[in-house]
Design a protein around this ligand. Structure first.
Ligand code: GRG
Length: 295
């Protein structure tokens, strides 16, 4: 796909995500206002919207009329909760997120904790409201998101990550962290979109695996950027991995090996997407750009 076509589709999808986010989440002045203001502070803080954009595009790859907006916003809610909680002093203790004060800095720790908490059930409420008229689809989406956000993937990956290098520089543990902490939500974004688009189960699985590979590559790039970028470009502190003694692929195997794995994973993800009958040109381009990103 040529660059101009990609940019125009991407801008359109981000616009749809922003509109859906505003329409499907409660306003900042809903009661209790402080909680809702904290939720909106973090939801509206201008992230890349990667997961919801993927969900919308994955649905359309199989069905041009596929409406994955509720699934897309649910994914962004879970992602945003995980960022709010990750920034708390008991975890990464970060003051800056998405270029503005992290939730507990703008509000307070208890409010940030509760804002994150509230986003978890709210994501499932969105699925129930959006797909309740299609019970099999609702079940599949609920299972996908619950397993992804649960103890074996997102929370599990975060748990193993917390020990840092002090818990051992074990490649198997690093792989568990990469799969759970980062790749799982990206994998679910591809899979949930494909589900909404009515893809066959083998195609949903191909999208899930593509998302896992692209997601691991995404984290390896994140770690490389943490080593080489600056906080203005990233919208969050850099050098934090070394400071927090984090176990990273680049730290364990070196920068050239990390770069080579990013390239191999990106090729693998693209081949998986292209192996389905879906129209995956946009997603293949996106996966390439995720690997080449600078922030
Ligand atoms: C607290 C259960 C729990 C999990 C936290 C998301 C996360 C797990 C930790 C944040 C730190 C981190 C580097 C996670 C890896 C995933 C990642 C790179 C998240 C940032 O995603 P982006 O770059 O963020 O898509 P934006 O702000 O653009 O949405």
């Amino acid at each position: 796909m040529d660059g101009a076509r990609f940019e125009s589709l991407h801008v359109g999808l981000i616009g749809e995500v922003e509109t859906a986010l505003r329409a499907l989440t409660p306003p900042a002045d809903a009661r209790p206002a402080r909680l809702h203001a904290a939720i909106r502070h973090s939801l509206e803080a201008g992230g890349k919207r990667l997961r919801p954009v993927i969900a919308l595009a994955a649905a359309r790859a199989f069905d041009p009329a596929g409406d994955a907006r509720a699934a897309a916003v649910a994914l962004e809610c879970i992602h945003t909760y995980s960022l709010i909680h990750d920034d708390l002093p008991c975890m990464d203790d970060a003051d800056l997120r998405r270029g503005r004060p992290s939730c507990h800095k703008a509000f307070d720790e208890a409010t940030a904790l509760l804002a994150g908490d509230a986003l978890i059930p709210f994501a499932f409420e969105l699925l129930a409201r959006g797909y309740g008229d299609r019970p099999a689809l609702l079940r599949d989406l609920t299972l996908e998101l619950a397993v992804t956000a649960g103890p074996s993937l997102l929370v599990g990956g975060q748990t193993e990550d917390m020990g840092g290098l002090a818990a051992g520089a074990d490649p198997d543990r690093l792989e568990f962290i990469l799969r759970g902490k980062t790749a799982a939500m990206l994998s679910a974004s591809f899979a949930m979109g494909a589900l909404v688009g009515g893809a066959a189960s083998a195609e949903v699985e191909a999208f899930r695996r593509a998302g896992r590979s692209a997601g691991i590559a995404f984290q390896l790039v994140d770690d490389l950027l943490d080593l080489t970028s600056d906080s203005v470009q990233m919208g969050k502190p850099v050098g934090a991995d070394a400071q927090n003694n984090k176990l990273t692929y680049a730290g364990l195997f070196g920068v050239p090996a990390a770069q080579a794995r990013v390239a191999a994973l990106t090729t693998e993800a693209s081949a998986l997407l292209q192996g389905t009958r879906g129209d995956t040109a946009f997603l293949v381009e996106l996966v390439g750009r995720m690997a080449a990103r600078r922030n």
